[in-house]
Each structure stands twice: as structure tokens, then as C-alpha cells.
Design a protein around this ligand. Structure first.
Ligand code: SF4
Length: 360
């Protein structure tokens, strides 16, 4: 296909995607409706940034209540900057990937202290913010500032790979996918176009069983013509995840549970948690208890999957009614208020295991 024909085809495809969005946009709490954005109403950069950070590795359904909770409690980036990091981490509990929450606080402070409380409008400047990668920078520039920026998230990656039948396996294929999206992205309305593509990827061009029959760009779709849409995007062969071992320690006293604060660096840094044996992403724990005592060991009570490894957890339970504690940063947390402790999901699973066991 010649350059002019390619440009004209991509323009038509792009127009169809944008037109479909006008009547089919998902109603999301951080979003300005397409009818309003056409009148020049832009989204609040704080809302775009917050939602995009939350949406990394997390579904829209899971993010909605967290977004609403955060914006109610911290309505502006300055409010978030002024918050205690422990409160932010506790409010984030359950969303996972806690480095995002720590970077959120760092970024809010940077904006408040160094940028007069304003997000910079340029994609290149946005990329310099803590925790803001190329995708998030492009999304904020396009959606909150109306810039022409090429936005590629996982949903858009799938849509573009299929539209152009890009068969270079990921991650190498990402460069071609970016070029394809660059060709499709319009000069004006790049923010709505990006959101239109996100919506199509999430609701029509889904990973499994895409709804090609109702797709507004089926006629333009190279993968559909090949009759093999689910082959795209082509993934690299899967590597088996390593399995790591950890031991958590359960100590109760007068209706309280012994918690600790995890180290300031490393996995789940700074979060409240059960005492454990120093497991980490790269090595098994050492099984060392936080104090000399009698322990009842329950093996392999939970398995938890992280991106690069799986964790198998043993639980050591100390059942004396008056335990002698010799760890310095211990916290006695009321068992009946454990839901408010902001434990990461991994430790919540252990607490749930104990609760179920005591019902038996
Ligand atoms: Fe995706 Fe099917 Fe539409 Fe192609 S036709 S873009 S595979 S939904």
C-alpha cells in the first residue's frame, strides 16, 4: 500500500473509532463525557494521573471505589502531598503493587514543592515525574492538556496489533505497535481518541472472544481478514515463575494481634504486616522467629502470585496468652479492627486463614 493510501486508510479507521466513542464511552468517575470534551472541557490532570497510576496492572472495576475514596479524602494534589504516607498506604491496601502508592506521594510532594502545585502540560516534562512512565505521561498530556500524544496501554496494544496484524512477538513488537498508533492518532482530540481505543480494547476487542461482529472497524482489521484474531498480539513463550518460601508469625494478646511495619525499602515497603522471616523477591525467608517461643507451624497455608515469582507461606502460631515480645517496632492491633490496619492482600489472606480455622 502506498504512503498516501495508508494515511487515508488510517484516517478513516481513526475517525470511525472516535465516532463510536461519542455514543459508547464508558461512564467512569475520572472522565469527562465526550459531549463535554468536544466543547473544550478537559479532565483534571490530578484525576487523570491518579486514575492512570491506579489502573496500572489493575482493572477498572477494582479501581473505581479506590479513586472515589482517594478524591473524597484528598481532593487535590496538594491535599495528597500533605497526607501521611502511612495513611496513603493503608487507603491503597488491596490494590497491590505498593510502589505505586509510595511514588504517588513522592510525585504529589514534588509537584507541590517544585512545580507550584501544577502538573506540567508537556509530555516530556510529565515523564520526569516520579512514578510516571511514557504511557502515563502520554495519557495525561493528551487527556488533561489536549496535546497530540501517542497513548499505548495493554488494551490499545491488543487493538493495534490486531488492526495491523503485527506478528512480531512482544516485547519487540511494541515499536511497531507504537508506530501503528502514531499513524492512527489524530492531530486534534488525541485524548478522546486514546480513551476510545482503551474502551474498544476493554469492551469489544477483548483478549478472549472479541466481539468482532459489533466492532466499528471490522472492515479495516487485518487480523479479522486472516481469521485468527486471538493470535494477536503475539506473546513470547512463557517462562515458569520461581517459587519462594516465607514464614509469617501469628501472636495474640488480650484480643490484639502483633503487627509490625515492613522495612522502608523493598517489597511492600513501609506497610503494616504480620512479623515474618525476611523473605524477599529474590530469596526465601530464613524461618527465624521474632522471639524465642513455642511455635505451631502450619505449612503452605497460602500461595500468592507476584509478577515475577510465586510465594508459598507457612504460618507459625504462638499460643501463650501472655507472650514476651522482644521486637522493637511491634504494634498491638485490635483483632476486631483488623480490616482498618491496611494489611496488604498477602497478609490479609493469612488473617482470613486463621479466622476460618477458628470457626472449625
Ligand atoms: Fe478487534 Fe475484532 Fe475489531 Fe479486529 S475486528 S479490531 S479483532 S474486535
Amino acid at each position: 500500500m502506498g504512503v498516501d493510501m495508508f494515511a487515508s486508510k488510517t484516517r478513516k479507521t481513526s475517525t470511525k473509532i472516535s465516532a463510536h466513542y461519542v455514543d459508547n464511552a464508558r461512564d467512569l468517575p475520572w472522565r469527562v463525557a465526550p459531549q463535554d470534551s468536544k466543547r473544550g472541557v478537559l479532565q483534571d490532570p490530578y484525576h487523570v494521573w491518579l486514575s492512570e497510576i491506579m489502573l496500572q496492572q489493575t482493572t477498572v472495576g477494582a479501581v473505581k471505589p479506590y479513586f472515589e475514596k482517594f478524591t473524597r479524602r484528598w481532593p487535590t494534589v496538594a491535599d495528597l502531598a500533605a497526607a501521611d504516607q502511612a495513611d496513603i498506604l493503608a487507603a491503597w491496601a488491596g490494590l497491590g503493587y505498593y510502589a505505586r502508592a509510595r511514588n504517588l506521594h513522592k510525585c504529589a510532594n514534588h509537584i507541590t514543592d517544585n512545580l507550584g502545585g501544577q502538573f506540567p502540560p508537556k509530555e516530556s516534562e510529565l515523564r520526569k515525574l516520579p512514578g510516571v512512565g511514557p504511557y502515563t505521561a502520554a495519557a495525561i498530556a493528551a487527556i488533561a492538556f489536549g496535546a497530540r500524544a501517542v497513548v499505548v496501554d495493554a488494551n490499545i496494544e491488543r487493538l493495534a496489533a490486531r488492526l495491523f496484524a503485527i506478528d512480531t512477538p512482544l516485547p519487540k513488537g511494541k515499536a511497531k505497535i507504537y508506530d501503528a498508533m502514531d499513524a492512527l492518532t489524530p492531530e486534534h482530540g488525541a485524548g478522546d481518541f486514546a480513551q476510545a481505543c482503551m474502551d474498544m480494547g476493554a469492551t469489544i476487542c477483548t483478549a478472549k472472544n472479541p466481539k468482532c461482529g459489533i466492532c466499528p472497524v471490522q472492515d479495516d482489521c487485518a487480523a479479522d481478514k486472516l481469521g485468527d484474531v486471538e493470535r494477536f498480539p503475539v506473546k513470547p513463550p512463557k517462562k515458569a515463575k520461581p517459587i519462594r518460601k516465607a514464614r509469617f508469625f501469628w501472636v495474640e494478646r488480650d484480643g490484639n494481634l502483633l503487627l509490625t511495619t515492613r522495612p522502608a525499602k523493598g517489597m511492600l515497603a513501609g506497610m503494616r504486616a504480620l512479623p515474618d522471616d525476611d523473605w524477599s523477591a529474590s530469596q526465601d525467608g530464613n524461618c527465624k522467629a521474632p522471639m524465642d517461643a513455642e511455635w505451631e507451624i502450619e505449612e503452605n497455608i497460602i500461595q500468592h502470585s507476584f509478577t515475577h515469582f510465586s510465594l508459598q507461606v507457612d504460618l507459625a502460631i504462638h499460643s501463650s496468652t501472655n507472650p514476651v515480645i522482644d521486637i522493637s517496632d511491634n504494634i498491638w492491633w485490635p483483632l476486631d479492627q483488623l480490616a482498618e490496619a491496611g494489611l496488604p492482600t498477602l497478609y490479609k489472606k493469612a488473617a482470613l486463614w486463621v479466622a476460618k480455622r477458628s470457626l472449625k
